[in-house]
Write a protein that binds this ligand. Structure first.
Ligand SMILES: Cc1cc2nc3c(=O)[nH]c(=O)nc-3n(C[C@H](O)[C@H](O)[C@H](O)COP(=O)(O)OP(=O)(O)OC[C@H]3O[C@@H](n4cnc5c(N)ncnc54)[C@H](O)[C@@H]3O)c2cc1C
Length: 506
């Protein structure tokens, strides 16, 4: 017999996680489910200037939002990738660009032909075959589906935006779809005595918000999943040791870069995120190796324009909840876990959590099989992202500071050790299931971090040398030509999505 469907959801938290969940659930579920959201202006949100990955564009498509309008509202710029400076060794730089790199041929992925060409003495870098990397190097940008009329895929981009403004934009969407917002602090969580399921959130004002399903988007506080339900937390600092960040905005600089910078520092790294009217900066560091005062000095000494305010301190423990769905509560965003912002994955993990919840949507019986599958998939996703982040640290050749010496000796998670061994053997990369980062992402960071395959795949020797030169040279030329025709990033933003007057006054 069909079980009774859920009729009410309460979301605790109005940061990026809360409003993203509210908008997407309201759109997907329609009026069949009542959605309430509780947030407290006194507590506020983490929302700094944030960087995203290309999957975020699906949100606009799903909600039927015009991309340029969202970008205007959130002061957004385009992001082609992340440039990593000084990670391998001081003075070294590479980019993790979002587009494809080259073309596969026959049974082999592109990198095997590139490796073979290198073995034959060619010196063109991997990124000569990436339209994103070439555009980024010249601060150019254009939306482009394909490179000319060739089979090469075009530009793949994400956004840099003011996360607070983005959340406000989603709030407008959510409220227009019927989500009811309650302002106030949750003082008490009511639970059913027989099984610990959450019954209601009780605000300091005495208001009581009852629901059948609760979504914990309360940030690092994790008020429901940990405070009430004691899910427990897996601490991943042995792999990802940074545990603090200081964030500050600075005046806008030119040129307007279409990429994020992640610049290694003595005990961590510093981000630079270009928005339309200012830049976001943050120093992520490990408190075991540097004091907060020193970390603040490093941050402020490395701004490209004057600071706009005082640095804001954030503390975290890298890791994830042991269960992100427990009883009738699902945690999203910082309440579910945090793995530091190196590859801009947090907002994406919110998005994929919501889509997973929708595909495993429970009824009022809360069948444990749905919960278990949600937790299994979430853990799989988080652990693969974790391994990708660890790759940036553990492969450093730096030994100039205690922090980097520590990173070079990190005990590798099994999955990462396997991936490194495979790439070293003959340049192979195997994507595990539907893990977030595809082969092309692993390829760039492995090559960027100086991992050298011992040889290329034997089948790549099947292409004649003249044909190989033509194959590679043709791609380089097409990409070069396409990039030369692009406007600068600043021109493109000014034409397509200049910040709205409303967002610029924030
Ligand atoms: C240093 C740093 C840099 C980051 N950079 C990036 C990045 O570049 N890209 C990226 O994708 N992600 C980044 N993130 C992660 C990103 O900020 C978060 O994933 C995202 O903002 C979601 O946060 P949240 O909504 O979970 O929590 P928050 O923004 O903290 O929101 C919590 C909400 O809960 C409410 N709340 C809490 N307690 C109560 C209570 N008792 N009563 C009522 N309301 C309550 C608050 O009012 C608030 O609305 C970064 C995070 C950090 C710490």
């Amino acid at each position: 017999m069909q079980k009774p469907a859920l009729e009410s959801v309460a979301i605790l938290g109005g940061g990026t996680a809360g409003w993203m969940a509210a908008a997407l659930l309201a759109k997907a579920l329609g009026s069949r489910v009542r959605i309430a959201l509780v947030e407290s202006a006194d507590i506020g949100t983490v929302g700094v200037c944030e960087a995203t990955i290309p999957q975020i564009r699906h949100i606009n498509a799903f909600l039927g939002l015009d991309e340029n309008a969202v970008m205007r509202a959130a002061q957004a710029t385009f992001k082609l990738g992340i440039q990593f400076n000084d990670w391998l060794r001081p003075g070294h730089s590479y980019i993790h660009a979002f587009s494809d790199i080259g073309l596969p041929y026959g049974l082999l992925p592109f990198q095997q032909y590139w490796l073979r060409a290198r073995a034959l003495g060619q010196t063109h870098g991997l990124w000569a075959y990436s339209i994103n990397a070439q555009a980024a190097a010249q601060n150019r940008f254009a939306r482009m589906e394909r490179v000319g009329s060739s089979p090469l895929t075009g530009v793949r981009y994400a956004y840099h935006f003011d996360a607070g403004l983005y959340a406000q934009h989603l709030r407008g969407v959510a409220e227009s779809l019927g989500v009811v917002r309650h302002e106030g602090k949750v003082a008490h969580v009511e639970q059913r005595p027989e099984d610990g399921f959450i019954d209601a959130l009780v605000l300091e004002s005495g208001a009581r918000i009852a629901a059948e399903l609760f979504i914990d988007c309360s940030g690092f506080r994790a008020l429901l999943i940990e405070g009430a339900l004691r899910a427990g937390y897996d601490d991943w600092r042995r792999w990802l040791p940074c545990d603090r960040a200081l964030a500050v905005a600075s005046a806008r600089v030119t040129p307007l870069r279409p990429y994020t910078q992640a610049n290694a520092r003595t005990a961590g790294w510093q981000w630079r995120i270009p928005l339309q009217a200012r830049s976001g900066n943050g120093h992520v560091y490990c408190s075991e190796f540097i004091s907060d005062d020193e970390a603040a000095s490093v941050l402020l000494a490395n701004l490209e324009g004057p600071a706009l305010g005082e640095p804001r301190a954030l503390r975290f423990t890298t890791g994830m909840r042991k269960q992100t769905w427990l009883r009738n509560c699902v945690a999203l965003g910082l309440a579910a876990g945090f793995m530091e912002p190196l590859e801009s994955t947090s907002i994406h993990l919110i998005q994929s959590g919501i889509s997973r919840l929708l595909s495993l949507w429970p009824d009022r019986d809360f069948d444990p099989a749905l919960r278990d599958e949600y937790n299994r998939q979430t853990r799989f996703e988080y652990e693969r992202v974790r391994d990708f982040l660890v790759l940036h640290y553990c492969t450093t050749q730096r030994d100039d500071t205690p922090f980097w010496r520590h990173c070079a000796h990190i005990d590798l998670p099994d999955g990462l050790a396997r991936k490194l061994a495979l790439f070293r053997a003959n340049g192979q990369i195997v994507r595990d299931g539907d893990e977030l980062f595809a082969e092309v992402a692993w390829l760039q960071v492995m090559v960027g971090q100086g991992i050298e395959p011992q040889r290329h795949h034997a089948l790549a020797d099947g292409m004649e040398v003249a044909r190989l030169d033509e194959f590679l040279g043709g791609m380089r030329m097409l990409i070069k030509r396409a990039v030369a025709g692009m406007p600068t990033h600043a021109q493109y933003v000014a034409e397509q999505c200049p910040a709205s007057a409303q967002s610029a006054t924030r």
